[in-house]
Design a protein around this ligand. Structure first.
Ligand code: GRF
Length: 230
C-alpha cells in the first residue's frame, strides 16, 4: 500500500477520501470531476475495487488516483474479506470512505471501524426500495417520483441516517434504462454535494437524524432535478 500512502502531498492538507467501487464508476467520475474543478473540498486519494474488471479503475488511473483491487473471491469467508478491505482502506488514512457502486454487503465490524465516516449512494428515495432493482420496482409500483439517496452506512443495509436526496419524475413511457439514466444524472449531482458538505465539516448525526450545518430553510439537502424538457 506504499503507493497509496505516497499520494500527492497536496492532499495532506485536504480531507482524504477513499472510494470503493465494483464496476462502471460513473459516480467516482463525478467526484473526480468535482475534485478537478476544485469544488469537492477534499481529495480522492485511493480507489479500491473488489473486481479487477471494474471500469472505474481506468477512470481513477486517468485522474492519477492510486487504485487497489481486492477480489472478494480470493477469501474463504466474508469476514476475512472485510478485514483485508478494512486494512486496505485504513492504509490510505481516509477522513471519508465513499461506497460508490460497491456491490458487496459490508459486515458490522467493517462498518463500526469507519463509523461516522462511511457513506453510500443508493438509487432510490429511501426508505423506499432498499436493495436491488430499484428502478424496475419503482416502475412496477407505478411510482411517479423516484430518485437517489446518500446516507451514512450502518450495519443494516440501506437504512443508515439519510444525508440528502434527489428526486426525479417517473415519466409516461419510461422503461428501466431510461429511468435509471435519469436517476444516475441526479446521483452525479448529489454525491459530490454531500462529499463537499462532509469535507467542510457541515454534517452531524444525532438520533439517526443528519443535520447539515448552514442549510437553507428551503433545504439544501433536497435536490429536485428538472424534468428533461425544462
Ligand atoms: C449507482 O446507481 C449507485 O447508486 C448504486 O450503484 C450504481 C453505481 O454506478 N449504488 P456507478 O458505478 O457509479 O456508475
Amino acid at each position: 500500500m506504499a503507493s497509496l500512502r505516497g499520494a500527492n502531498a497536496l492532499t495532506m492538507t485536504m480531507r482524504r477520501i477513499c472510494v470503493l467501487i465494483s464496476g462502471r464508476g460513473s459516480n467516482l467520475e463525478a467526484l473526480l470531476a468535482a475534485m478537478a474543478a476544485g469544488t469537492l473540498g477534499g481529495a480522492v486519494v485511493a480507489v479500491v475495487s473488489n473486481r479487477a474488471d471494474a471500469r472505474g479503475l481506468a477512470i481513477a488511473a486517468a485522474h492519477g488516483v492510486p487504485t487497489r483491487v481486492l477480489d472478494h473471491r480470493a477469501f474463504a469467508a466474508r469476514d476475512a474479506f472485510d478485514a483485508a478491505l478494512a486494512d486496505a482502506v485504513d492504509a490510505c488514512a481516509p477522513d471519508l470512505v465513499v461506497l460508490a457502486g460497491f456491490m458487496r454487503v459490508l459486515g458490522a465490524a467493517f462498518v463500526r471501524r469507519f463509523d461516522g465516516r462511511l457513506i453510500n449512494i443508493h438509487p432510490s428515495l429511501l426508505p423506499a426500495y432498499p436493495g436491488l432493482h430499484t428502478h424496475r420496482r419503482a416502475l412496477a409500483d407505478g411510482a411517479r417520483i423516484h430518485g437517489c439517496t446518500v446516507h451514512f452506512v450502518t450495519p443494516d443495509v440501506d437504512v443508515g441516517p439519510i444525508v440528502a436526496q434527489a428526486a426525479v419524475p417517473v415519466l409516461p413511457g419510461d422503461d428501466e434504462s431510461v429511468l435509471a439514466a435519469r436517476v444516475l444524472a441526479a446521483e452525479h449531482a448529489l454525491l459530490p454535494a454531500v462529499v463537499r458538505w462532509y469535507c467542510a465539516g457541515r454534517l452531524a448525526v444525532a438520533d439517526r437524524q443528519v443535520r447539515v450545518a448552514g442549510e437553507r430553510a428551503d433545504g439544501d439537502a433536497v435536490l429536485a432535478v428538472p424534468r428533461p424538457d425544462q
